[in-house]
Design a protein around this ligand. Structure first.
Ligand SMILES: NC(=O)c1ccc[n+]([C@@H]2O[C@H](COP(=O)([O-])OP(=O)(O)OC[C@H]3O[C@@H](n4cnc5c(N)ncnc54)[C@H](O)[C@@H]3O)[C@@H](O)[C@H]2O)c1
Length: 309
C-alpha cells in the first residue's frame, strides 16, 4: 500500500517536496495555515514560481496523489517545512516549528516518521522536538521515528536541485535515519548520507555560514575595489587561478526565501556595479554576525542563537 506523507508548510520547500513525493509514488497531503495558499492549490493555482513545478502540479492533481488541507490528518510520514526566521533580538524563532509539531501530535500514531526540514539551530531535534513528542506520549526512536533533513536548494532551481543535490539525513537514531533515507531515495539522484540529527543541524549551519562569510568577503572586495579603482571581477578571476582559492562573485548578499524574487530579477546572479553597492546588504555587519554565530555554535548548542537561512 502507498504510504501517506503529510507535509506541513507549503512554501518554497514544502510545495516542491510535496510535488516530487506525489510524483514518485506517495499519497501526499499538503497543509498550510495560510487559507489563500490552500484555497489556491485546491483550485489549481500554484503560488510559487519554480521551473518545472507547475507541470508536476498538474500531473499529481490529475492522478489525485496530492491534495491540500487546512489541518494535519493521519499519515505515515510527517514533513515539517515551516519558516524559522530570526527574531528582533537576533535569536532563532522556533515558534512555527513548535506550532507545526503541536498540530501533528493529535494525529500521530506509533510507527510514524517525523522529519524536520526547516533550518534549525544545532540541538533542536534532540532537545526540543524529541521532548515535545515525549510529552505527547511518543518516545522518539521507540514509538516514532524522527529525523532532521535540511534543505540546500537554490531558489529558481529548486525542483532540479531537490532531485540532484546530495542529501544529509540526520536521524535521531539509526532506524530513524534509515527510514528517512528510504523516503528521499524515492526521488533523490544525489548521494544520500546518514548521520545524527545534531550533526545534520550543524552541517546546515556551517553551509550557511560558509556562504554568508564568502558572500560578505566578495562584497567587501567589490567595495574596496570600487574605492581604489581596480576591477573586482578581474581580481576575483585572477585570485581564483590559485589552486586553493575560490572567491565568490559580488551580489546582493544572503537572505531567506524572499531572495528568490531578486534571483528571478537577476539580482543574485549578476555582479553589482559600484553604484548599486550602497543598496546591498552591509556585508561587514554580516561578517560580525557570522563570527558571533560561529562562536556560539562552537561553545554552546546555540539553539536560539543561530540564524536560519
Ligand atoms: N527557500 C529556500 O531556499 C530554503 C533553502 C534551505 C532551507 N530553507 C528552510 O526551509 C524552511 C521553510 O522555508 P520556505 O522558504 O519554504 O518558507 P516559506 O515561507 O516559503 O513557506 C513556509 C510555509 O509554512 C506555512 N506555515 C507556517 N506555519 C505553519 C504551520 N504551523 N502549519 C502549517 N503551515 C505553516 C506558511 O504559511 C508558509 O506557506 C525554513 O526553515 C528555511 O530556512 C529554505
Amino acid at each position: 500500500m502507498r504510504e501517506t506523507v503529510c507535509v506541513i508548510g507549503l512554501g518554497y520547500i514544502g510545495l516542491p517536496t510535496s510535488m516530487l513525493l506525489a510524483k514518485h509514488g506517495f499519497k501526499v497531503v499538503g497543509i498550510d495555515v495560510n487559507p489563500q495558499i490552500v484555497n489556491g492549490l485546491e483550485n489549481g493555482r500554484i503560488h510559487i514560481e519554480e521551473e518545472g513545478l507547475s507541470g508536476i502540479f498538474a500531473e499529481v492533481r490529475q492522478n489525485e496523489s496530492f491534495r491540500v488541507l487546512h489541518e494535519p490528518c493521519p499519515a505515515d510520514i510527517f514533513i515539517i517545512a515551516v519558516p524559522t526566521p530570526i527574531s528582533e533580538n537576533r535569536h532563532s524563532n522556533l515558534d512555527y516549528v513548535i506550532s507545526a509539531l503541536r498540530s501533528i501530535t493529535p494525529v500521530l500514531k506509533k510507527g510514524d516518521l517525523i522529519i524536520l526540514e526547516s533550518t534549525v539551530p544545532p540541538g533542536t531535534t534532540s532537545d526540543i522536538v524529541a521532548p515535545m513528542l515525549l510529552r505527547a506520549g511518543y518516545d522518539a526512536g521507540c514509538d516514532v521515528f524522527l529525523a532532521h533533513c535540511p534543505e540546500r536548494v537554490l531558489p529558481g532551481k529548486i525542483v532540479t536541485e531537490l532531485v540532484e543535490n546530495n542529501r544529509i539525513i540526520g536521524g535521531y537514531d539509526e532506524r530513524s535515519s534509515e527510514r528517512a533515507a528510504a523516503l528521499y531515495r524515492s526521488f533523490v539522484k544525489g548521494e544520500i548520507i546518514t548521520t545524527t540529527a545534531t550533526n545534520a543541524e550543524m552541517v546546515k549551519l556551517m553551509e550557511n555560514t560558509y556562504r554568508d562569510v564568502n558572500i560578505a568577503l566578495a562584497n567587501e572586495l567589490a567595495k574596496v575595489s570600487a574605492k581604489i579603482g581596480v576591477n573586482a571581477l578581474e581580481v576575483i578571476h585572477l585570485a581564483n587561478k590559485h589552486p586553493r582559492v575560490h572567491l565568490h562573485s559580488p551580489g546582493p548578499g544572503v537572505g531567506g526565501s524572499r531572495r528568490s524574487c531578486s534571483h528571478r530579477r537577476g539580482g543574485a546572479c549578476r555582479p553589482p556595479s559600484s553604484a548599486e553597492l550602497p543598496t546591498f546588504r552591509r556585508s561587514s555587519r554580516c561578517f560580525r554576525w557570522t563570527a558571533r554565530c560561529c562562536c556560539l555554535a562552537a561553545t554552546c548548542r546555540c539553539r536560539f542563537s543561530s540564524r536560519a537561512i
